[in-house]
Write a protein that binds this ligand. Structure first.
Ligand SMILES: Cc1cc2nc3c(=O)[nH]c(=O)nc-3n(C[C@H](O)[C@H](O)[C@H](O)COP(=O)(O)OP(=O)(O)OC[C@H]3O[C@@H](n4cnc5c(N)ncnc54)[C@H](O)[C@@H]3O)c2cc1C
Length: 497
């Protein structure tokens, strides 16, 4: 950036990209913790994110203990934002974030540029489209993502469908099956390619079974018919490799196909800023503070990983804001991190690494439905968490607090600390209980000198598209999250919360 341009650069401590539940919760928490030089930027005309179009209830049960509609839930946050007087821009899109945390915003009055100390990514996600699904056939009118159909009905008061087929059993599709039925459309069925539903159990009951709408598992749409408007779809059964089974084709006449086949975090800005993405979550690789690979850039909400409940998005963003406050105050040094690996039965984890000295919330999803299972989080022989569950499903995000397992750092420098590599060496010689009881022997200065020379090898490489892939060489030390079936002779016992 040249000198003239630099004169127009404004300084803000924290810039938040996106005014959905994640961005709003982060802004409020920062303000409540005394960080005042902040700015929230939202590209839509109004704050609230995707919740503005979710007029069904069910939001806020975990957080407020009551069932709110999406706009009511968002309203709880936007009212406070206005009450506090937190600065925000709407109708303004963040166009670029540099690794130096210079943020360019497009507004109706022109470009604005901000030099920031921290950036919070809260851009949410978008829906998988017909192109992404690659269904053969024409591209007639009448093929919508579930969110687009929802926006037509709930934001613009338009009825987009009469005879409907829904592809994918994600929550938005299930909610739209009910919404369309209530508005007089005929929903033939929901077809799901996987052998299990991808939406929450409560939505399967309240949106399909309560309305007599059938759900066909292991089925997909194999052809689209019609040229200007959709006239029908061909549906086929799929085998265990998700390939259509010849001879099972079935034609269904319909004017609308609703796609509810997954969400993709919106990370184009993140990539440009140099943030490393996880190919499993499609969101940033973050540490226990939800800080990305670019120091000072943090991520929370659906841009980080797709959540099942907005309540958890808000909570995650608040934890992130706490970490940002600490980072601003203490000039958070990048310390060594221990990788967290999704082991047997686990699709992904967030965070993907931790320093091990502070408590954090571990979120993950399982790869398939399972019953009578034990979830174990371990670092070598040390068990950090062990939980039993009667039933787990991919639709439900699992979350557990993990306690610090390395000696706590006292920022005054008086504490005796150890690095992950020190821990590794010592843990190899000690039993887990011995480890917990033993005091560290090293002075802070000795530790700092040695820690600078040691590092935990990351188990990931960066690919050309900014994603990272796992090395075939596993690091010497890693946290593994895994799930295993409990055998009948072990007795399931009581489910442990
Ligand atoms: C259709 C639908 C139905 C749902 N139903 C439920 C439900 O019943 N119960 C429940 O608990 N959860 C539900 N959810 C999930 C819940 O809405 C999400 O978990 C939550 O909204 C995610 O919050 P977020 O802030 O991460 O993202 P979002 O709510 O998507 O907000 C992201 C915001 O960032 C803005 N943005 C993106 N890029 C930029 C940019 N470059 N510059 C400026 N602004 C930008 C977007 O405009 C948007 O406002 C539903 C989600 C969808 C999509």
């Amino acid at each position: 950036m040249n000198e003239k341009n630099m004169q127009n650069v404004r300084n803000v401590d924290v810039l938040i990209v996106g005014g959905g539940p994640a961005g709003l919760a982060a802004a409020l928490r920062l303000w409540e913790k005394g960080i005042r030089n902040i700015l929230l930027v939202e590209r839509e005309k109004r704050l609230g994110g995707i919740l503005r179009q979710c007029i069904h209830d069910g939001f806020g049960l975990a957080r407020f203990g009551e069932s709110l509609s999406g706009p009511e839930y968002a309203g709880r946050f936007t009212e406070k934002l206005e009450e506090y007087g937190i600065p925000f821009l709407t109708d303004a899109a963040v166009y670029q974030i540099t690794p130096e945390k210079i943020v360019t915003v497009v507004t109706k009055k022109g470009l604005l540029t901000f030099q920031t100390k921290a950036v919070i990514l809260a851009m949410g996600c978008r829906e998988r489209t017909q192109g992404a699904l690659a269904i053969p056939g024409e591209r007639p009118a009448g093929v919508f993502t579930a969110g687009t159909a929802q926006a037509y009905m709930n934001l613009y008061n338009r009825m987009p469908a009469r005879e409907v087929v829904i592809l994918g059993s994600g929550d938005i599709g299930l909610i739209m099956a009910r919404r369309l039925t209530l508005e007089g459309a005929h929903v033939h069925a929901v077809f799901e390619i996987q052998p299990y539903p991808s939406g929450l159990a409560r939505n399967l009951q309240q949106c399909l079974r309560d309305y007599g709408i059938p759900l066909y598992l292991s089925h997909t749409v194999t052809e689209i018919h019609g040229s200007s408007r959709l006239e029908g779809v061909t549906v086929s059964e799929v085998d265990e490799h998700l390939r259509p089974v010849p001879g099972t084709e079935q034609y269904i006449a319909c004017d609308t196909l609703i796609l509810s086949a997954g969400l993709i975090p919106e990370n184009e800005l993140s990539l440009e800023a140099g943030v490393i993405l996880d190919p499993r979550t499609k969101g940033a690789v973050v540490d226990e503070h939800l800080q990305t690979s670019v120091p000072g850039i943090y991520a929370a909400g659906n841009v980080l990983h797709v959540h099942d409940l907005a309540d958890y998005v808000s909570e995650e963003a608040e934890l992130l804001a706490d970490a940002v406050v600490s980072g601003l105050q203490e000039n958070d040094a990048q310390e060594e991190k221990i990788p967290i690996r999704a082991g047997e039965g686990i699709h992904h984890t967030v965070p993907q690494k931790t320093g091990g000295r502070e408590p954090f919330l571990l979120s993950f999803r399982v790869t398939r439905p399972m019953q009578d299972v034990e979830i174990v989080v371990r670092l070598a022989d040390q068990v950090l968490l062990r939980k039993r569950r009667k039933r787990v499903v991919p639709a439900e995000m699992l979350r557990f607090p993990i306690q610090p397992f390395l000696n706590a750092v006292q920022k005054s420098g008086e504490a005796e600390v150890e690095s992950p590599s020190e821990y590794r060496n010592r843990a190899a010689q000690e039993s887990p209980s011995g480890y917990r009881n033993r005091a560290a022997q090293e002075s802070p200065s000795r530790h700092r000198n040695r820690a600078a020379q040691e590092s935990i090898p990351e188990n990931r490489n960066r690919t050309e598209d900014g994603m990272c892939e796992e090395n075939s060489d596993r690091p010497a030390q890693e946290i593994v999250v895994e799930i295993r079936k409990i055998m009948p002779d072990e007795g399931f016992g009581k489910e442990v919360e």
